[in-house]
Design a protein around this ligand. Structure first.
Ligand SMILES: N[C@@H](CCC(=O)N[C@@H](CS)C(=O)NCC(=O)O)C(=O)O
Length: 220
């Protein structure tokens, strides 16, 4: 197999790339990295010294590709499937990249800060992070009033980023009840076969998530 993904089934950024791979039925080998295991950690560090996952190893091109948005661009370019995750038209692609950044920086970012603070036992004021999530939800609610997916009628990189970001963020700051468009977008995401597969594979690991009690029963 030409591609190996170094990842963990619970990790939200890994979900983002898995969704893109499953969307196109791209064949790849899985290498689960347990960051609590010294040998696994050293292996990931030898590939990407920042020790962040996922990382895609492309054996055919003798190349390691880190960073989720870059990995998905790389897959679109070198291992294209029937469903490109980035549109061919420049303006459409720019829009997709913008909303991909939005989810990584303003949903995953605050979400990770809150989870990390909990894991490290550092009791810091999380008001700013929670406010960022509420602002992001408000923006998504407005945007999804006129769209099926984040950037129109086609599922894209932006939706790959949205699914895990919203899944975990909603366990920390629930979506306001009156945000019907956000709720129905989330339902579309979690019932999409690629996302369902990722969530199914995460199930055995959800007990390791510190806010597991806030994951809705239907996902457990
Ligand atoms: N900007 C990176 C973020 C990757 C990232 O933060 N991954 C998390 C898992 S969701 C990770 O490696 N955490 C381990 C750590 O920070 O020690 C990307 O898009 O790939």
């Amino acid at each position: 197999m030409s591609l190996t993904l170094y990842y963990h089934p619970l990790a939200s950024f890994c979900h983002k790339v898995l969704i893109a791979l499953y969307e196109n039925g791209t064949a790849f080998d899985k290498r689960i990295i347990n960051l609590g295991d010294a040998a696994d950690r050293a292996e990931l560090e030898s590939i990407w010294p920042l020790c962040k996952f996922p990382v895609l190893r492309d054996h055919a091109h003798v190349r390691d590709v880190p960073e989720t948005s870059v990995i998905i661009e790389y897959l679109d370019r070198h291992y294209p499937g029937a469903a490109p995750m980035i549109p061919a038209e420049w303006d459409d692609a720019l829009e997709v990249r913008l909303w991909d950044r939005f989810f990584d920086n303003y949903v995953q970012g605050p979400m990770q800060t809150i989870v990390d603070a909990h894991l490290t036992g550092l009791s810091c004021d999380q008001t700013r992070e929670r406010t960022k999530l509420k602002t992001a939800y408000k923006m998504i609610e407005k945007r999804m009033a006129t769209r099926g997916w984040m950037c129109g009628e086609r599922f894209s990189l932006a939706d790959c980023a949205a699914a895990p970001a919203l899944f975990y963020a909603s366990t920390l700051v629930p979506f306001p009840e009156e945000y019907h468009h956000l709720h129905s977008y989330f339902e579309r995401l979690v019932t999409r076969p690629s996302v369902r597969q990722v969530l199914e594979e995460a199930k055995p690991y959800f007990s390791m998530y510190p806010f597991v009690q806030d994951i809705p029963e239907r996902f457990l």
